[in-house]
Design a protein around this ligand. Structure first.
Ligand code: ATP
Length: 511
């Protein structure tokens, strides 16, 4: 297996070569941290969105969907706190002229302590062999304890400084820790400044009457401002949820990790409205439910972990991330936040409209508390794509590149080939395509030797290849080849559809 950096490079080049992701407006040299989804990418993205939507909306009788506009009344962002507090602390290195998020520099440094602790554990494992007791080791070994204490102390200090908006203190922390610029290697830092991440725009034709607007930095606020509309028209009773997917925009300070951190991206969010006092129960429920959703895709349970937040956002009383093992390490994939009644109360205050629920069981009205699940669709795409992309050495010593996408998410479900371009085989293959296309995204390919066609579909992530040969003309059977096992099986043509249906059944995957 190539090292992580090489693997990440391969992910980016493979995504381009196989029609998944292109840089935005590439003919003009692109736009930083903005990407376009190509012919296969758009399908994978749509399928991930659908997988999420079904599990949230169709699987829960008390969750409904919404598609709010990207542009919203500007007071929305005053009420939500984004105008005043949606900031990241930035710092520049004077020698390299590179810009960083100050908190990320400190977090990365803190993570190095954990890496050191892990090295000690690996060494000890080798030394003690079978007799090694990891739990005992990590609680008694002075070095491991020391590294972990140091990590916690650094993160706590930073959380405290950011909470107090002590930016000079953050700079001093960076200096005291001796953090150097990864590019120049120097400690020649500027002051730390706050930077608001919202993109501004204008509504209206003439400069003097135009209204200042923002492109939404999250989809959640579209849900909050529609709370009463949905509750009343849908006759929703607490607890209930509203789910939404859609574009969000953030003028990110540093955006260097492909589609992990983009300036224009898509979120899949669900706000769950609950009785005050019951939020922790639902917070735990959604943490578990969301982790199970991730695990259902079979990318490997060891690739997920929870990270409970030390520094809480201004609206939250509990928050955790589901982190995924990306090619550059464990990073946030999804956030689960207990947002209290902060948003509904704030919108009530700023709009003068009542955003409460009359609870018939309690015979009283209240502002519901909210538990949010928020996942980046593009980050989820990167998680699925990077884990699925594998180089395999086969029994005969040759290698193949295979994109082992979960079949429920694969852009093309099956490719249909005539073995040769003559003897009527293409006609039969095309007839099969005509029959399947109503239910599945299928592809016809007759170019090159069949082995080469298999490899092409392996690399593109197509789970099945169906080949029409001379025997098909006699007994109406075809071979179906499984991308992952490479096993071929002969089945009647009429069974193909059933096979494909089984492999992409939501019930199979989600339950
Ligand atoms: P980070 O700490 O990585 O900046 P965040 O905590 O600001 O993320 P949230 O505001 O909780 O992120 O957004 C919810 C989800 O939206 C994240 O878990 C992530 O998957 C996704 N997301 C946030 N910012 C971006 C971005 N710039 N590009 C792609 N996805 C993003």
């Amino acid at each position: 297996m190539a090292n992580n950096e090489d693997h990440f490079k391969k992910v980016i080049s493979h995504a381009k070569e196989y029609g998944y992701i292109f840089g935005s407006s590439e003919i003009y040299d692109g736009l930083s941290a903005v990407y376009d989804y190509a012919q296969n990418g758009v399908e994978l993205k749509k399928n991930i969105r659908e997988y999420w939507w079904r599990s949230m909306v169709y699987m829960h009788q008390n969750i409904v969907g919404l598609d709010a506009a990207i542009l919203m009344h500007p007071t929305t962002w005053k009420a939500s706190g984004h105008v005043d507090a949606f900031n990241d602390p930035l710092i520049d290195n004077k020698d390299s002229k590179k810009r960083y998020r100050a908190d990320v520099l400190v977090e990365d440094f803190a993570e190095k302590q954990e890496v050191k602790a892990q090295k000690e554990i690996t060494k000890a494992k080798k030394r003690f062999g079978e007799a090694f007791n990891e739990e005992e080791f990590v609680t008694t070994n002075a070095r491991v304890i020391g590294y972990r204490e140091k990590k916690a102390e650094i993160l706590n200090t930073m959380a405290r400084l950011l909470e107090a908006e002590d930016l000079a203190g953050v700079k001093k922390l960076i200096e005291d820790l001796g953090i150097v610029c990864p590019v120049s290697g120097s400690k020649n830092w500027t002051e730390v400044k706050q930077f608001n991440l919202m993109f501004g725009t204008k509504l209206g034709a003439s400069a003097d009457t135009a209204t200042d607007l923002y492109l939404r930095p999250e989809t959640a606020q579209g849900i909050f401002v529609n709370f009463a509309n949905v509750q009343k028209t849908g006759r929703m009773k607490i607890p209930f949820g509203i789910a939404q997917t859609g574009k969000a925009f953030r003028n990110e300070i540093v955006a260097r990790q492909f589609i992990f951190r983009m300036r224009e991206f898509e979120q899949m969010e669900m706000q769950f409205f609950v009785r005050p006092g019951e939020e922790m129960k639902w917070y735990e429920y959604w943490k578990e439910t969301r982790l199970n959703w991730h695990k259902s895709l079979g990318l490997g349970e060891e690739n997920y972990r929870f990270h409970d937040h030390e520094k809480l956002a201004h609206y939250a009383n509990a928050a955790a991330d589901i982190e995924f093992n990306f090619p550059f390490g464990f990073k946030e994939l999804e956030g689960i936040h207990s947002r209290t009644d902060f948003d509904l109360k704030a919108h009530e205050e700023h709009s003068g409209k009542k955003l409460q629920f009359f609870d018939p069981e309690m015979n009283e009205s209240y502002s519901p508390y909210v538990v949010e699940t928020s996942i980046g669709l593009d980050r989820m795409f990167l998680a699925v794509f990077s884990k699925s992309l594998q180089d395999e050495t086969l029994e005969d010593g040759s290698t193949r590149t295979v994109l082992k996408l979960p079949s429920i998410l694969a852009p093309i479900k099956a490719a249909v080939f005539p073995l040769v371009k003559k003897d009527g085989l293409p006609d039969v293959a095309k007839e099969i395509i005509e029959a399947l296309k109503w239910d599945f995204n299928v592809l016809y390919d007759e170019k090159d030797a069949v082995g080469k066609r298999y490899r092409r579909q392996d690399a593109a992530g197509t789970p099945y290849c169906i080949t029409v040969d001379h025997q098909t003309l006699e007994d109406q059977t075809v071979t179906i080849r499984d991308r992952d096992t490479m096993k071929q099986e002969r089945i009647p043509i009429y069974v193909i559809s059933e096979r494909l249906n089984h492999s992409i059944s939501y019930q199979q995957w989600l339950s």
